[in-house]
Design a protein around this ligand. Structure first.
Ligand code: GRF
Length: 228
């Protein structure tokens, strides 16, 4: 049984998708805690799904390191094997990222290394980018910079605005993050502090459900080093 901690700060739609995936696909996995750094809709959704929750707010601590340490301790107490960031809107310090190296995963709404940080959809439009998308990656001490696990891309349409683009990218995210989770549980991808190894990437997609295949089949960008 693989145990996941999920860190959120907002609506929690990716967290819900991960929870749904575990139950629908009957994965040998469980979300052992959802932690937020503020009261938010996602925490209520997690509680409604009977997932243990914790709100750990930064203003109760002297500094970021102390806040990070409290989050780390809650994750360790919950016994998590992996930590999934799903819209966690705070930067985690090097002590935290080092502690969970190879087990700390994020989803970011851009084709990294493009558009690190915030407002990715508007920035992609402002840059006249032809393609945009989402990236699942290992988290390191440098913001939005760790080894890429998997990306999904779409073509920006002439009449796209930041809102339409955000909605279309979110649809990709909602397939991409569960697909990575399933691949991880199935042993089709191995994560470690030194990086990401996909064993049989195309076989992983082939064994995915119809909706995942429909949304992701033409969208995935496999990391180049792992396509053996
Ligand atoms: C997503 O776009 C995710 O990529 C980014 O924050 C957003 C979170 O959305 N890191 P939600 O809270 O999962 O709905």
């Amino acid at each position: 049984m693989v145990k996941l901690a999920i860190l959120i700060s907002g609506r929690g739609s990716n967290m819900i998708r991960l929870a749904e995936t575990i139950s629908k696909a009957k994965l040998d996995a469980r979300i052992c805690i959802v932690i937020s750094n503020k009261p938010c809709d996602g925490i209520s959704h997690a509680a409604a799904l009977d997932i243990p929750t914790k709100i750990i707010e930064k203003h109760n601590f002297d500094n970021r390191d102390a806040h990070d340490a409290a989050i780390r301790d809650a994750i360790l107490t919950a016994g998590a094997d992996y930590v999934f960031l799903a819209g966690y809107m705070a930067i985690l310090g090097a002590e935290f990222t080092t502690h969970f190296a190879g087990k700390l995963i994020n989803i970011h709404p851009s084709l990294l290394p493009l558009f690190k940080g915030l407002d990715t959809h508007q920035r992609a439009l402002d840059a006249n980018a032809a393609q945009h998308g989402a990236t699942v990656h290992l988290v390191t001490a440098t913001l939005d910079d760790g080894p890429i696990i998997l990306q999904a891309q779409l073509t920006i349409l002439p009449d796209d605005n930041a809102d339409s683009l955000a909605a279309r990218v979110l649809r990709l995210e909602h397939q991409l993050y569960p697909f990575v989770l399933k691949s991880l549980i199935a042993g089709q991808v191995t994560l470690s502090p030194s990086g990401v190894i996909w064993h049989q990437p195309r076989a992983a997609l082939h064994s995915a459900d119809a909706e995942t295949q429909e949304v992701l089949s033409s969208a995935l960008c496999w990391p180049t080093a792992s396509n053996a």
